[in-house]
Design a protein around this ligand. Structure first.
Ligand SMILES: Cc1cc2nc3c(=O)[nH]c(=O)nc-3n(C[C@H](O)[C@H](O)[C@H](O)COP(=O)(O)OP(=O)(O)OC[C@H]3O[C@@H](n4cnc5c(N)ncnc54)[C@H](O)[C@@H]3O)c2cc1C
Length: 416
């Protein structure tokens, strides 16, 4: 697939996939046919562009609904809402992310005292476990920066229940290599597979299921021998009570009446989805991919994040006819703002995760003095309050959310 880290590549991918977002997606989405030069076709591969904010959720939903209508595109739209659900859920339980980071660091530190563990981990991430399917995906992830959703589920299940490795090490491996690596979708999906998200309900990979849904791969179905077939779900002592959702108020035109700077970050690297009502006097690029994980990022993940920021910054400066500066990690932000003579900083809301962890210490003083203009999309604003417990509440609210956001859910006529 074309993974140029640009908005143009994201829009091209969206338009190429649109006809398949209806019935074809519903019928074929679970098949992992392996990487294809022109794109997989049965899934959109839009996740890296959505994660980086090169395209917005409403920019995907609107043409899908226009072409297919909600009924025919229900499966695809539900998957987009899984992304929104996970974001909203983590936003209301940030301690899950904090505990993941602590647990990951402890698990990495344990390598020093346990060389068997280190060897087992190395074999897993280098694709040398002897479980052919798992080894194929481990190498595919490192080489391409992407895995099909079903492959991610099987991989995580084998990691946890057959190889008996710490789930947080697996989630960390994913974050170091996925070009769509996302704090909410990744952490909560690993927890879901483990039986920690929906307590007691885990996902066990089965060899027949893997063979069936990988039959279209070049070289034939993937083989997975020796899988643990009756392992118990993981359990943990702590509960994660929900805290009230703390989302910014909707920005109004008056917020932009005085000179302001636009801050682009790794989850909002392009200005277009933000639809600002006025032009900023300065664009600031703040990319912090190294904050994803303590270890080194894979070249695909790093390249996509850095490329998305470079293209987003250049395109914003050209669109607004204003200067662009890079705010490097470890440097103070204040001098950049002062030099440009701006009072306020507009930025897409920073959701729970490493981007927020990395940027917030410098942004907090601006927030405390009312100098931040946080922006949140209508779809996120309407969906997150439903992401209190299971996905069901979100699924039930989808038609009303779409309608409330001005998206027509009527029957589309074209596509398949
Ligand atoms: C263990 C595990 C880890 C994962 N880690 C990530 C991650 O770091 N980043 C990430 O974006 N997704 C993650 N996912 C979810 C999902 O696998 C990917 O979003 C999807 O495979 C991306 O491919 P696509 O764009 O072709 O998806 P499509 O099938 O075309 O779906 C369209 C969009 O819907 C969203 N979506 C689809 N499936 C899911 C899902 N199960 N959960 C949440 N959103 C979904 C994505 O934004 C995706 O781009 C993970 C899933 C598992 C099981």
């Amino acid at each position: 697939m074309d993974t140029a880290p640009t908005r143009a590549a994201g829009l091209a991918r969206l338009h190429a996939f649109l006809p398949a977002a209806g019935r074809l997606y519903a019928a074929r989405r679970n098949h992992d046919d392996g990487p294809q030069p022109g794109g997989r076709g049965n899934v959109s591969e839009l996740s890296p562009f959505l994660h980086a904010g090169l395209i917005g959720m409403d920019e995907v939903l609107a043409p899908v609904l226009a072409m297919h209508g909600l009924a025919a595109a229900e499966k695809f739209i539900a998957e987009l809402f899984w992304r929104l659900y996970f974001k909203g859920y983590l936003e209301q339980r940030p301690a899950i992310w904090e505990d993941y980071c602590r647990g990951r660091d402890a698990a990495l530190a344990a390598f020093g005292a346990n060389s068997d563990l280190r060897r087992a981990y190395d074999a897993a991430v280098e694709g040398r476990t002897g479980i052919a399917a798992f080894d194929t995906w481990a190498r595919e992830l490192v080489e391409t920066g992407y895995l099909h959703n079903h492959a991610r589920m099987w991989f995580a299940s084998i990691w946890i229940f057959t190889l008996r490795l710490d789930w947080r090490l697996g989630a960390d491996f994913f974050l170091r290599h996925l070009i769509d690596g996302d704090a909410a979708s990744n952490t909560l999906s690993w927890r879901w597979v483990a039986g920690l998200h929906t307590r007691g309900k885990h996902y066990l990979a089965r060899a027949e299921n893997i063979a069936r849904y990988t039959a279209g791969r070049e070289g034939g179905p993937l083989v997975a021998e020796g899988l643990a077939e009756d392992a118990a779900p993981l359990a943990e002592p702590q509960d994660y009570p929900r805290r009230p959702l703390d989302v910014p108020r909707a920005a109004v035109a008056a917020d932009f009446s005085r000179p302001f700077a636009l801050l682009l970050h790794d989850e909002a690297a392009h200005h277009a989805p933000l639809t600002l009502p006025a032009a900023p006097a300065l664009v600031i690029g703040a990319s912090r991919p190294a904050a994803r994980a303590p270890g080194a990022l894979g070249p695909k993940a790093l390249g996509f994040a850095e490329g998305a920021m470079a293209s987003g910054l250049a395109e914003a400066a050209a669109a607004y006819g204003c200067p662009a500066v890079v705010w490097h990690a470890g440097e103070p932000l204040a001098p950049l703002i002062e030099a440009a003579g701006v009072e306020r900083l507009a930025l897409a809301h920073l959701p729970t995760g490493w981007t927020r962890d990395a940027l917030w210490p410098e942004l907090a003083p601006l927030a405390a003095t009312g100098r931040l203009i946080p922006l949140l999309g209508n779809i996120e604003r309407a969906t997150w309050p439903h992401a209190k417990a299971g996905f069901f509440a979100v699924a039930k609210a989808i038609p009303a959310i779409l309608h409330g956001c001005g998206l027509d859910v009527g029957v589309g006529a074209r596509g398949n």
